[in-house]
Design a protein around this ligand. Sequence first.
Ligand code: HEM
Length: 554
Amino acid sequence: MDPPLIEPSGLAVTTREALLALLAVIVITAAVWLWSRLQLLWTFKQIGINGPTPSFIYGNMTEVWESKTPWVTLDKWYHKYPGKVYGCFPMGIRPILVVGDLDIIKDILVKHFENFRNRPPLGPPRGEPGASSLTSLRGNRWKRVRNVISPTFTTKKIREMSKCMNAAASTFISVLDQRAAESTEFDIYAMFQALTLDVIAQAAFALSVESQTNPEDTLLKVCRALFKSFFSPTMKMLLLFPEFTGVLGWAGKFLRARSGAAEQEFYVITHMRKVYQERLKWPEIRGQDMMQLIIDASMNKPQPPQLPVQIVPPFPHLQSQQNGHLPTNRKGNGDEIASFQGKYLTENELVANCFVFLLAGYETTANALAFSTYLLAKHPEVQERLYADIMLAMGEQEELCFEDSSMKLPYLEAVIKESLRMFPPITGFVMRECKESCVIKNISIPEGMAILIPVWSLHHDPEYWPEPHLFNPDRFMGENAANIPQMAFMAFGDGPRNCIGMSFAMMEIRITIVRMLQKYQLLPGKNSEGPLELESPFVTMNPKNGVNVQLKRR
Ligand code: HEM
């Protein structure tokens, strides 16, 4: 008798069913994915806001980033859509509402700040300590950290820090002397990068980098690389398919690590932790810097609970003295730390923010100096007027002290602001996220919507700046300055979440320009004769091929 075929045929049916079930799962998942993507792409249609049509895969990323100057495309749309408000997808698939109407900008940045306190994340979620920096923090945690750090940038502290700015400017002038003696023409942008790195490393955590006299300095190379590494192919993939970062929790970190950015970041962060640890080990050796000011703000006070990723407990030598004040759960979690109200920082927060000062203080200020220098070299009449003002205010005095800087030299202030208007070093970072749906001036802003303030477009809008492509510092002098519409000048953002380092940066720029003009007349080099070529690796704007100048001794 033949054996029954129950087993083999039963197995065959089961496999077929399993395959069908798998297929069904795949089809349903794909349909859900397609539907959710279409929903995203229809966001602006649903709320009645105009904008360029996004592609299914790339959003508007290709149009915006295919050129080295993304703000040119954004500016085209700014003028195309009525009311200076439009919706687009410049960063992959996330909808971004671009708001150029000055009244709405004021509502978002100032009047209704509580509803727009957060900045939307600009990429996949970041791990600690990067996530603890002011630029990325959200909600109450941002408020606490900002409150602790703000006193670091008061007038009194900037006055103190101006000493190290003047010292670095002296080194800058001696390097400039050498370069002027060696060649008729050279790129001054690279020199500004080294200068601003020296200043911020000294001012933020008392580190003598001396990259001005050593252009091969590792920290300088790492900082340069950090600004170039954002739009790696892996980062683009994550922006276009953000769902993968969420589903595979580790994927973002893994891909980020492979992009090289994490390695560079790790180098700088490790370096800072070392400085911090040394401060704790030898508290009697005090630094005259931002890190010290923040450590002081946190000393002899109860500490907030620490995040689990903490490598070293903060202020370990204080723990035994402060029983009773310290939270019992030293590890804590994200929520616990988010609701903490005290005026103190964790180690991660301290390191993350010194790291952000380093980045924010280096590239932006170097760019601002490069743009001002380019414009002064191209406009001898402005340069001569400024030189005459400097000589009148300072005579033989070399170092620019804080008191003299803006009061006695209003034209210098106007020259710097007009340069920042024409060439804002940061074009894509004044962003906010809407917490609760609201309607402002008939525009419906849904919960979670990312908002971008188009700095380049505002700064070149003829409605606010007649002949916007003309370099005219008088716009910022006397009565003219009073007539500039509120919110039209956005180089440092606005409202409670504006640039915390503004006064620091302005002081550094003033000192450097004064010291340079006291000694040299600036003439344009070959690449500075025509319009300046610009590029935008991400949120910053740089002179693409540097700024070549010739110097004539005064
Ligand atoms: C010319 C130089 C600089 C320019 C043009 C600049 C511009 C900006 C802009 C546009 C923002 C966004 C503001 C907003 O969203 O409303 C910002 C934020 C910020 N800047 Fe600057 N910045 C400069 C220098 C500095 C320096 C020297 C530091 C630190 C020492 C610094 C630290 C920061 C920080 C920490 C934030 C985030 C603030 C927060 O979210 O609370 N910046 N900056």
